[in-house]
Every structure is written in structure tokens, then in C-alpha cells.
Design a protein around this ligand. Sequence first.
Ligand code: ARG
Length: 253
Amino acid sequence: MEYAINPWMDTATPVDRELAVKQWHGLRETLLGLGHTVHELDPVPGLPDMVYAANGAFVVDGTVYGARFKHPQRTAEAAAHRAFYEAYGARFVAPAETNEGEGDFTYLPEAHGGLILAGYGFRTEPAAHAEAQEVLGRPVVSLRLVDPRFYHLDTALAPLDDGNIAYFPEAFSTAAQRVLAQLFPDAVRADEVDAFAFGLNLVSDGRHVVLNSEASGMAAKVAAAGYLPVPVELAELKKGGGSVKCCVAELRD
Ligand code: ARG
């Protein structure tokens, strides 16, 4: 590993490149098997974190709010994402504020008429939350993250369907916990073991919940809530501080 920009990364830990690629393909096959369309972002040499495709933009209703990475090691990724979305034909809006796309933003079309949830504290700046609201025209709820292990919103919270979420309360400030409890009284609450296994870094289509296979407790919780857990092995990707959701940018179209 060439650099470390979150507590999960360790330059002394070797990454099995072949296994990582194999696991990534397993995730791709899983999504295709569930009937989803998967576009691929071509890797750029020298940008290893590009595999975490969720961080490059945030799309709502066909408008793409671009990313502006916090760390210089990832800065150049933004242009590659921009090129992808422009080629895809989406309306792209370049950001002025630091934000890491779907790492810190998520959208629930059926929660309170359409709500954007946004994290800050480690990567995305609160100013980007206001900017996203201006660009996307949906209310943005700002949530402060307080635990460096859960440095992106998507490490601690995920939509399970268009209106409900799963989250790990302790990753948020006390005030943000109150806000989440008020907005999502029926949320699935995860514990530290679930969060530590990257169980919140999931992708759901409203029925199937694709999540890291190490997060068996989380799988049981989503099953109890009426969803179908689909475990995938992504242990090598976890060494970079990401799992299922980090690897997937949702186009929402
Ligand atoms: N190594 C990457 C970073 O620290 C991991 C990003 C994980 N992506 C995510 N959506 N949480 O920026």
C-alpha cells in the first residue's frame, strides 16, 4: 500500500492484488446476477483508491454533483469521474467545496418527500452540504461524524430502501443521533461489531442487501427487518477502508 489516509489503511500491510481484483469481480458478478446494470470506470495508474468509485460524485435526478477530494493523493480521481459522467450524458456540476461524493452523501427519494443525508467531520466540508442542496434542489440534512474509523457517511449509514436506513448511532454526534432517530424511527440500528465488519457499507436495491460477508450480525439484522442479505467477500478491499458501497456509485436512473 502506497499511502494511508484513514485508520484502516496501513502501508506495512501487504495487499493481495490478485485476490482484491478477484473479489471486485465477485461483487460485479453479484450485482449483475441481481439484474443490475454495471458500468465500469477505467482505472488510472497511480490512483489506487479509484476502486472506491462511490467517492467521485453524487447523482440525484440526473444531476451529477462532482467531487473534490480532501487528500492530494486522490485529487486527480475527480477528473476521471467527471469524464465518465459527461460521456454518460448526465448534467455535471463541478463543486467549489471539498466533498467526497457518495462517500458522504446519500439520497432517499421516499423519506420525507426526498431527503439527502450528508456527513461531515473528516472529509466532506459542511459548506459542500449547502452547495449540494443548491445544485440538487433537495433538502440536505447535515450529520456530524465523530469516530475516525467511520470517516465517511457510508461507513456508518446506508439506505435499505427508498425510505429507510440502517446506521450505527455511535459514529454520529449526540445531536446527529437525535436527528436520525426523529427522521427514521424504524431504522435498523447496527452495533459496533456490525460497523467494524463494514456491515453498514452496503448496497440495497430495496430487497437485496449486498454486504460484506464478515458482517454476519448485520446480515441477520437486515433479514429480521424483511430484506434479503447477499454476502460478498471483500476482505482485501477492507484494507483500504472500504467495502461494497465504497466500490459502487449509484447512477439513480
Ligand atoms: N482509501 C479510501 C479513502 O480513504 C477509501 C475510500 C472508501 N470509500 C467510501 N465510500 N467510504 O479515501
